[in-house]
Design a protein around this ligand. Structure first.
Ligand code: GLN
Length: 501
């Protein structure tokens, strides 16, 4: 009778967890009717959009859409994602608008609508200072790096209708970010980068003395904000907003501050290699606020890991108990089968795939933090379940028999006799699981969370220095794990002390 009740409780907990997940997942945009404008961008395109020194999404486009929102009574919510995913997110309904220095093209017009244009741009070729490339035609047969899916990509890809790049041997390397293309150029793996004029100027300015840019004057492009097809209300509102901020001078102010402005941190250089190294350290971690990004990232990494471990322990315990019904009954039960299937699926699929499914499918590209915590919690539960099960099974069989012969029920024996002993086997292994989890969370950058790894990524985007930021996070992860291992060892020793009889 008693353990029937225990199972009822367990089943209710499971059902409750399931409902909570569904609620979180289905909590689509309840805010969309409160005039919230969910705007997507790719903050890798300075000066139009970038991550500023305080770690926030900033830039001409961002301030423009915020000013338009203010004029028209919209609460603007900016989401940072890959350039290539922007229009897809717009079409899926996860976004209301996209502002990303996006050029109006006939191809894009087929799937989305555009507002009035707000900026005219050209394309630039970026090469190293010693290169003799001065025109687009010279890129025929060369290796060119571009940002994937952009107009720069189209311009140099030798498709049939490309009249300038006709040589099919031209190799186009596509990157998710302009900065990655620049790093490729600096490493000597490509001959040129083709990208929009303003980011090009920005990239060259930061890499003064190493890179130069060549303007392709005869190609003009117009930037506009993309809105999902047929969403006339939003197009009209944004157009009206742009008209008003042009009239009241805010637009021109933004052009002055973000596009023509010069207040930017400039890097110091020295011929002495040691001093140059110190200057680089200062540039990477201090003057561009890299240390702040790292600290914020560290907090996110620890937070996600801790929360996920908690979810993992609760779910893992449930799963372990489900599996243990097999031992109790002496044959496979429905519960044990369900738990086995869960563990099998989770262990058989990569965490990154689970994360993308959770974020893009279940959460519809919203609440990245919750999606990440749940994914890692659910993932970790599969391992925790096995840890707990092994811990319980390691307790001598005689203990259960003893408990039962004293008149305890199965559940009571578990609770008062087996589990307290099993804990000693379980806790150290759980600690290890936590350590593994910390390192595994390094993929959360995929769902737009600024963890430690993403922080390094941002610093690289801003400084074009790869070595220092990557080594810095490697050291931080290492110290974190070392510290935890030390703590765990002390803890384990304490646990064992009680064993000395
Ligand atoms: N203007 C270019 C395009 O629309 C590049 C935009 C970007 O990389 N953010 O393709």
């Amino acid at each position: 009778m008693k353990h029937k009740q225990t199972w009822k409780v367990k089943a209710s907990i499971l059902a409750l967890l399931f409902c909570m997940m569904c609620m979180l997942g289905c909590g689509k945009s309840s805010t969309s009717n409160e005039k919230t404008l969910r705007v997507g961008t790719n903050a890798e395109f300075p000066p139009f959009e970038y991550i500023n020194n305080s770690g926030e999404i900033d830039g001409f486009d961002i301030q423009l859409i915020k000013a338009v929102g203010e004029e028209m009574g919209y609460q603007v919510e900016v989401q940072n994602m890959e350039f290539k995913s922007l229009l897809g997110s717009l079409k899926s309904g996860a976004l209301d608008a996209v502002i990303a220095g996006m050029t109006v093209t006939d191809e894009r017009r087929e799937s989305v609508d555009f507002t009035t244009t707000y900026y005219t741009a050209t394309q630039h070729i970026i090469v190293t200072v010693d290169s003799d490339i001065i025109s687009l035609e010279q890129l025929n047969g060369k290796k060119i790096a571009v940002q994937e899916g952009t107009t720069g990509d189209l311009l140099v890809t030798p498709e049939d209708d490309n009249e300038i790049i006709t040589d099919k041997n031209t190799e186009v390397k596509r990157f998710k970010k302009g900065t990655d293309a620049i790093i490729e150029l600096k490493n000597g793996s490509v001959d040129a980068v083709v990208i929009d004029a303003n980011p090009a100027k920005e990239f060259v300015r930061v890499n003064e003395g190493v890179l130069k840019n060549i303007e392709i004057t005869d190609i003009k492009e117009e930037y506009a904000i993309a809105v999902s097809k047929g969403n006339e209300q939003v197009v009209d509102d944004i157009n009206e907003g742009i008209r008003r901020i042009k009239e009241n001078g805010v637009f021109d102010e933004l052009v002055e501050t973000y596009i023509n402005g010069t207040e930017k941190s400039v890097r110091r250089h020295s011929d002495n290699p040691f001093i140059e190294f110190l200057y680089t350290l200062e540039f990477v971690f201090i003057s561009t606020n890299g240390y702040k990004l790292l600290l914020q990232g560290l907090v996110a990494t620890i937070g996600i890991s801790l929360a996920a471990v908690l979810v993992g322990i609760v779910l893992g315990l449930l799963l372990a108990l489900m599996k243990m019904t097999e031992v109790q009954k002496g044959k496979k039960t429905l519960w044990s089968r369900l738990a086995s299937i869960y563990i099998d699926i989770i262990r058989g699929t990569p965490a990154i795939v689970q994360l993308l499914i959770m974020y893009m499918v279940v959460f519809q590209s919203k609440m990245g933090m919750v999606a990440a915590i749940l994914t890692f919690g659910i993932n970790s539960a599969a391992y925790v379940a096995e840890i707990i099960r092994a811990g319980i099974l390691a307790v001598d069989k005689g203990q259960m028999e003893g408990g039962r012969s004293l008149g305890f029920s199965y559940a009571e024996t578990m609770r008062y006799i087996i589990l307290p002993q099993a804990i000693k086997n379980i806790l150290p292994a759980l600690g290890n699981e936590f350590i593994t989890l910390i390192k595994e969370t390094a993929i959360v950058g995929y769902v737009a969370i600024q963890d430690l790894t993403k922080a390094a990524d941002f610093i690289i985007s801003r400084t074009y220095e790869t070595f220092l930021p990557l080594i810095a996070i490697a050291i931080i992860y290492y110290c974190l794990v070392k510290l935890l291992t030390k703590g765990l060892n002390v803890f384990e020793r304490r646990l064992r002390q009680s064993d000395i009889r």
